[in-house]
Design a protein around this ligand. Structure first.
Ligand code: CU
Length: 320
């Protein structure tokens, strides 16, 4: 399993969260940095209704079966999870039921053919090479993805997301995630006015590029993640060796095997996939200065090529 909705094996190996060391590092640094955090380690002050959720290795606790349309503060605690886990909110397109969508997604949970070991044989052709492309059905691109946070084992994080009227499910942002999805009906009308929380970094996602603007410094940030593209996107931030270029990140992703020395095993930040026009606000901690890569691996419509391979990579310099 790992990182993201339809992420590819190579990206999981190179950027997957989940090592004990990575989790410990994140826990340690976030505690250490709270005092200096701007604009704060919580969105509590904005007064949004709160979804207080716990994610375990098998599912979610705390999600109501029905809730009013609006802007929500999602507080997500990871309990008894071995890997970082997501709370992604998804509403199928018109004419498709939640059950049909969940059934279709469950059918995508198997490993890609090249990742299937050949018993007693040599590795299958393509194994260890660049990732297989995963062509997704059209409905995935018409689905409403409201986004959501990822949380590390034992930690709690927050995100601000919008839930519009309709039938939704909460899931692990990946067909192979172990959590059983939860269905929820969102009722009423979306409020005519909702306040935006403050953000000190804005990440703008288009087909296929990422722009990060704002206070690129160590510490905890409120990142506004906005999809201005025509396909779903998400954002991963990972420490890479200082001075690494976009071309070198792309080359690393295109090659097989072990990550380059200095690439963090764990992303420093990731968030669930978001549809066109969707903005979310997410807390992210950048633990140390230097070069970071911003990436999206959502499969390109029609070809399945992960967006990063189409150039959806940016490198940023984080100062102390
Ligand atoms: Cu993308």
């Amino acid at each position: 399993m790992d990182i993201h909705l339809f992420a590819q094996p190579v990206t999981r190996r190179q950027f997957a969260l989940g090592s004990a060391a990575g989790a410990a590092l994140l826990t340690f640094t976030s505690a250490r940095l709270l005092a200096a955090a701007l604009p704060g380690p919580t969105y509590d002050a904005y007064g949004y209704p709160t979804l207080d959720l716990t994610v375990t290795d098998s599912g979610y606790e705390g999600m109501p079966t029905s809730t009013a349309a609006g802007r929500y503060l999602v507080k997500l605690t990871g309990k008894n999870i071995q890997q970082p886990a997501a709370a992604g909110f998804v509403s199928p397109p018109a004419g498709m039921s939640v059950q049909d969508a969940l059934t279709a997604l469950a059918g995508m949970a198997g490993p890609p053919p090249s990742a299937t070991p050949v018993p007693g044989g040599t590795p299958a052709a393509g194994q260890g090479g660049p990732p297989e492309n995963q062509v997704l059905p059209d409905w995935v691109y018409q689905t409403h993805l409201a986004g959501g946070p990822y949380v590390n084992p034992g930690a709690t994080t927050e995100a601000v997301i919008d839930l519009t009227p309709g039938d939704w499910f909460l899931w692990g942002d990946d067909p192979t995630a172990p959590q059983k999805p939860v269905t929820v009906t969102v009722t009423g009308q979306f409020p005519a006015h909702v306040d935006d929380p403050d953000a000190d970094i804005t990440a703008t996602l288009i087909d296929f590029a990422i722009t990060l603007q704002g206070r690129l410094t160590t510490g905890t940030h409120s990142i506004k993640v906005v999809n201005n593209g025509a396909e779903p996107h998400f954002l991963v931030l990972s420490k890479v060796p200082d001075g690494m270029t976009k071309g070198q990140v792309l080359a690393m992703l295109s090659s097989s095997g072990t990550p380059a020395p200095g690439v963090s095993e764990a992303p420093n930040f990731q968030c669930a996939a978001q549809s066109i026009g969707v903005a979310t606000w997410q807390l992210a901690t950048l633990p140390k200065p230097g070069t970071y890569a911003a990436l999206c691996f959502f499969p390109t419509a029609g070809t399945g090529v992960p967006h990063a391979m189409n150039g959806m990579i940016e490198v940023i310099n984080v100062t102390g």
